[in-house]
Design a binder for this molecule. Structure first.
Ligand code: ZN
Length: 78
């Protein structure tokens, strides 16, 4: 069972939107979070690392897992 979720780290990156989406060379479609942005604009990419803590219902041992979430802050127009 999940005990808690804690924000471990936040990284902000300024990126240019595709032609070439970050880290996805080749013909694969761009990742969803950047999918419907215009080309060639600068956006801020938030990369958030969350630490999830779990506890086993059966024997009570605890462990944690890291999950990364990415968000795009859309460019402001005007
Ligand atoms: Zn267990």
């Amino acid at each position: 069972m999940l005990l808690g979720k804690q924000l471990a780290r936040v990284e902000k990156k300024e990126v240019q939107t595709p032609p070439r989406p970050l880290g996805y060379p080749g013909p694969a479609s761009p990742p969803g979070y950047i999918h419907d942005l215009e080309e060639g604009v600068t956006v801020t990419l938030d990369i958030e690392d969350f630490q999830y803590t779990y506890k086993c219902r059966h024997c009570g041992h605890e462990w944690s897992e890291k999950h990364t979430e990415k968000h795009v802050e859309r460019p402001h127009k005007g």
